[in-house]
Design a protein around this ligand. Structure first.
Ligand code: HEM
Ligand code: HEM
Length: 345
């Protein structure tokens, strides 16, 4: 029985410091990050009513919002694929290749602004972009409105989503409905969130080592807050500019938004929630391996040379940022009528 006793004592000795470390790590992490809430946040200029969210889901999935009748938001932001298309850069109208990789819209409601360069202030402003972009859906606001007005199912859905409005089918209301739906596309309960909330066992030792490294190496200078990024703008290449194979020279990021030389090659620090699901990486989509993306970041942003093992640990931590994916039922879309504009090439 004395052997049993000393075994138990030994186990206590091993376990005690680990618990203290967990508490310290959690305390540090809580200063830097926030958990994803279980329900959609409230929005300043929008109402997330059930009817508006349902309408937004219809619009998100409806390829008739594009001129060709081929592309919906879902084409490039696949809800079953972490909200991305898995392509280097997106393919849109007429099989055109766009200039940038499609970022996920999951949790995008928490970003400071939308797009790699932050040029849209919120999701409603953002939603008007792809519909009109020549390389994406190549449509016009008037043609979208005509398409929606042609189908009684949409007339009813807009009436319900914008009660009391005399003329509810507008391009602005299209954007508000899409925004309301997107605000519900959040991914709570990642292992990391569970750890933040107090569950020591939610993350493995390797994931915890990765979290500690993510903090100590300095990644958190740019990737912090609720989305582990998405809150500020930084040059891609603070210490050393990656080669043109990763950072193509033609895309100067925020420079195109602000037209100040300081913003040459400045991009929004990418949000890292669900990052394990959203390869390929960077606005160029040139990097398929998350390990390589982490190594590039360490070199280009921090001038740090991480060991293979440290990179593995950070990648393990990033995997713990994968949350519960939204379970969305594909809506039934209103049938066309003889006044619905025909698909065009
Ligand atoms: C960016 C939503 C259609 C490709 C975004 C973002 C959102 C979004 C929220 C910004 C995410 C962020 O910055 O973190 C939508 C909605 C659509 C739609 C609601 C339908 C109305 C499409 C389509 C394509 C596409 C059809 C592909 C043909 C992209 C690309 C970006 C982007 C490439 C990044 C562009 C840049 O940063 O300049 N989208 N999207 N999107 N989306 Fe879409
Ligand atoms: C993008 C991780 C440090 C700013 C990314 C991406 C990853 C990542 C995985 C790609 C995201 C995606 O494609 O969706 C890390 C790690 C870091 C680190 C592990 C520490 C070793 C930093 C620092 C800064 C920064 C210190 C700011 C000085 C950015 C920016 C992007 C980005 C601006 C977007 C780049 C682009 O235009 O494609 N980071 N990061 N990162 N990170 Fe970091």
């Amino acid at each position: 029985s004395s052997a049993k006793f000393s075994l138990a004592a030994a186990a206590l000795v091993v376990a005690a410091p680990a618990l203290a470390d967990d508490a310290a790590l959690r305390e540090q992490a809580r200063e830097l990050f926030e958990t994803i809430p279980l329900a959609a946040p409230t929005l300043e200029n929008n109402v997330i009513s059930r009817d508006r969210v349902d309408l937004g889901a219809m619009l998100f999935f409806d390829p008739r919002m594009s001129r060709s009748g081929l592309f919906s938001c879902q084409s490039c932001h696949n809800i079953g694929l972490g909200g991305v298309d898995g392509l280097e850069t997106s393919i849109g109208h007429g099989w055109q290749k766009g200039p940038r990789n499609a970022p996920t819209m999951l949790n995008a409601v928490f970003n400071i602004a939308q797009f790699w360069d932050g040029r849209a202030p919120d999701l409603a402003a953002q939603a008007k972009g792809p519909v009109q972009a020549g390389v994406e859906m190549n449509n016009t606001p008037d043609r979208v409105v005509a398409t929606l007005e042609s189908m009684p199912g949409y007339v009813e859905a807009f009436d319900a989503a914008f009660p009391g409005e005399e003329n509810p089918i507008t391009f602005d209301n299209f954007a508000l409905a899409v925004e309301a739906f997107e605000a519900t596309l959040i991914t709570p309960n990642a292992k990391f969130d569970q750890f933040l909330m107090g569950n020591d066992g939610a993350m493995s030792d390797q994931e915890k080592r990765g979290l500690a490294l993510f903090i100590d190496t300095g990644c958190v200078a740019c990737h912090a807050g609720i989305n582990v990024g998405g809150q500020g703008y930084y040059p891609f290449g603070v210490v050393e500019k990656p080669g043109a194979d990763i950072l193509p020279e033609g895309d100067k990021g925020r420079f195109a938004v602000t037209e100040t030389a300081d913003d040459d090659y400045v991009f929004r620090a990418a949000p890292l929630r669900n990052i394990a699901l959203t390869a390929p990486y960077f606005h160029s989509g040139k990097v398929w391996d998350l390990k390589q993306a982490v190594a590039i970041m360490a070199n280009s942003q921090l001038g740090a040379e991480l060991s293979e093992e440290q990179i593995d640990d950070i990648v393990a931590f990033l995997g713990a940022l994968t949350g519960e994916q939204p379970q969305v039922v594909h809506p039934t879309l209103p049938p066309r009528t003889m006044t619905t504009p025909l698909p065009e090439e």
